[in-house]
Design a binder for this molecule. Structure first.
Ligand SMILES: NC(=O)c1ccc[n+]([C@@H]2O[C@H](COP(=O)([O-])OP(=O)(O)OC[C@H]3O[C@@H](n4cnc5c(N)ncnc54)[C@H](OP(=O)(O)O)[C@@H]3O)[C@@H](O)[C@H]2O)c1
Length: 254
């Protein structure tokens, strides 16, 4: 029998994070969910636990951009529950942007949540994981970080920065006993993508995304992508010279 895991998921009250929590609970794992809205988080955990013989979903509310709160959360989780086997830095946000109404503050805010908070999270958990030579850190970035896309300048830049940092860390962590996984989803139907005013190609349901995410965490290798067809198409775009890339994006953008 496979031993149940302890899984800490930031951004666990909605969308991909919540679906991943459900997937982990279905496997018999224990989940600790974090998000800012404490009431919603508690309600989510109550609903998740209602399906189980004994509680396996626990709430710890925090804002991931609060450095001290992040450290306190980590101490609490390790002290009261267990050293998590998987830490999924999934909390993130998106604000569509346009050059016509350029707001540097929006870029700053997305960088804070999608990039600096994850870096801070890695900084917080790594010493203990390294000391025990175990654990998996999963960072949820996005295929939007592969290349510049219209209306996603701020979001894409924050995810590109995250992908870049993880590529560097991956090599540096070899032999440490700590695994780093980069999760790059395509479009998944969640409150975050409800903000997109365009038809999203290959849109995936959160349940299918969560299955692919968990399967990816169990597999060897660095990057986990879903849906694969769309991700591989974007990987192909990444290789194109600018002249062809811009023409193609313009055509796809209507
Ligand atoms: N959906 C997609 O198509 C897609 C594609 C690629 C990548 N992603 C990435 O996947 C991750 C999850 O996205 P989603 O689509 O599932 O979004 P979502 O449904 O909007 O969920 C976002 C979660 O993050 C939490 N959160 C946001 N800001 C936070 C903060 N400062 N501190 C703590 N928690 C915070 C939210 O709860 P509170 O508001 O209560 O804090 C919520 O639980 C994000 O990193 C996103 O960029 C999504």
């Amino acid at each position: 029998m496979v031993k149940a895991k302890w899984v800490w998921i930031t951004g666990g009250s909605s969308g991909i994070g919540l679906a991943t929590a459900r997937e982990c609970l279905d496997r018999g794992d224990y989940v600790i969910l974090s998000a800012r809205d404490a009431q919603k988080l508690q309600q989510v955990c109550t609903e998740l636990n209602a399906q189980l013989p004994s509680p396996q979903a626990f709430a710890y509310a925090l804002d991931v951009t609060d450095v001290q709160a992040l450290q306190e959360a980590w101490e609490f989780i390790c002290g009261h529950f267990a050293l998590p086997d998987w830490i999924i830095f999934n909390a993130g946000t998106h604000t569509p942007t346009s050059i016509d109404s350029l707001q540097p503050s929006v870029f700053r805010q997305l960088m804070e949540v999608n990039y600096f908070a994850v870096l801070q999270g890695i900084h917080t958990v790594l010493p203990r994981l390294r000391a025990q030579r175990r654990g998996t850190i999963a960072v949820v970035a996005s295929v939007a970080g592969y290349r510049g896309l219209p209306t996603a300048a701020a979001y894409g830049a924050s995810k590109a920065a995250m992908i870049h940092a993880c590529e560097a860390f991956y090599t540096e962590l070899q032999g440490s006993g700590v695994k780093l996984k980069l999760i790059n989803p395509g479009f998944v139907r969640t409150p975050l993508t409800d903000r997109n005013a365009f038809a999203m190609p290959c849109l995936m349901e959160p349940e299918a995304a969560a299955k692919a995410l968990v399967q990816g965490l169990e597999s060897p290798g660095f990057e986990v992508v879903f849906p694969r067809r769309f991700a591989y198409f974007l990987k192909f775009l990444r290789c194109l010279p600018y002249a062809i890339y811009f023409k193609l994006v313009q055509r796809l953008n209507g």
